[in-house]
Design a protein around this ligand. Sequence first.
Ligand code: ATP
Ligand code: MG
Length: 463
Amino acid sequence: MLIAIPKEVVTIIKEFQKHKYPIYIVGGAVRDILMGKEVSDWDFTTSATPEEMLAFLPNSYYTNSFGTVGVPSETKDLKPFEITTFRTEHGGYSDHRRPNEVRWGKTLKEDLQRRDFTINALALEVNLDNQKRKDLLEVNLIDYFDGKKDLNEKIIKAVGEPHDRFSEDALRLVRAVRIASELGFNIEKNTFEAIKKHSDLINKISKERIRDELIKIFSSPKPHKGIILLKETLLLEHILPEMTKTYGVEQKSPGRHHISDVWTHSLDSLKFVSELNNDPIVRFATFIHDIGKPQTFKVLPSGTITFYNHEVVGAIIARRIAERLRFSNEQKDKLVRLVRYHQFTVNENQTDSALRRFIRNVTPQLIPDMIDLRIGDRLGSGAKLTSWRLENFKKRLIEVQKQPFSLKDIKVTGHDVMEILNIPPGKKVGEVLNDIFKKVENKELENERDALVQYIKSLKTEA
Ligand code: ATP
Ligand code: MG
């Protein structure tokens, strides 16, 4: 096979050859090359130990205790190159997380054997001696576990005995779903059954590592497919138990538009929002926007089903989830706000100040995401993409944002008030500013510096 390999990668391979160590391309890069995709993340494996590599690789550094050495890349968009010493993991995994000891392996085969899935256990050997074309290099694919066949058939399959592999390292449970979701693959039957059987072991894995996988699932092209896999493998009951309570919660009522249960509606909303918005937190928020419904479900005597205040309850649950999964403060704030205010009314009779309150609550930066959530929600309930009401609402949001929002947006300051009225700092200054703000809001005054200065002067003559 002939492939194009970046110069920097060739330089690294040459260094290893010069020092008589075998080196192979492994991991996601091999998958990407075989699938004809651009590679952004180059990983390698070698028989050289980290100390040996550090001695001959300029700029290299030791990244962890698992034998990985990093080399920074000078190309934009390329992650640092990671080179890991061959490993075997026969030391056992008493905590279902990491091997009791890391042992360097002697052969490539030993190293590939400890990798999680067949499509991740492929290696490429680059032949630098026999270069036929200037831009392309000859490579050999090394495939001990039929990874290429599984890649062609779009299958995630454990290397070796799936039960052993998942109980060794429970992170692989959710990695299987994440990689399936990223690549649009299916999970092979025995591998799938093993994940289901060992799903509770995911609780042994740190929340940060689960969060990283979950965010990758929400960032993938079709996150709802990944979520369906999490449900079917029973992992969701451990990762997001609050969402499993929405299964089968009916919302059909006389005169209401809902066509499906809360779970199905959540999945559909996620599917639609993902076509509009790539932000994993916005997609996550859309998925859980109705998470407060199971707790607020009520049937009125008329037969109508209601969920009063489900967005308030939902926001509390969203906060708990964000804290449990160790989201950053920014991620948490975004998730909670989007859930808390998703139930906004779109009505032409709303006053400007009601719209402004909405914008203040959601925050101006999150307004486009909030609208995307609403569109996902609409489409996920079988409604049309938009309505004249929603379009009108969007226009008004833009108009209203041109007007001042808070005291700091008006074109005079407390300083001006003190100077013009010749008064000391105190309550009176705030009163004047608030009065001006109200008048600007009601359009009695224009938010222009000259006009406002004139107005303050007029207060002076009044006094
Ligand atoms: P990407 O970087 O595109 O997410 P990747 O396959 O390169 O995909 P990494 O997390 O970078 O994923 O891991 C590199 C390789 O290390 C994997 O392809 C796999 O061979 C191996 N690997 C990673 N994590 C595990 C694990 N928990 N158990 C076994 N092998 C693993
Ligand atoms: Mg990688």
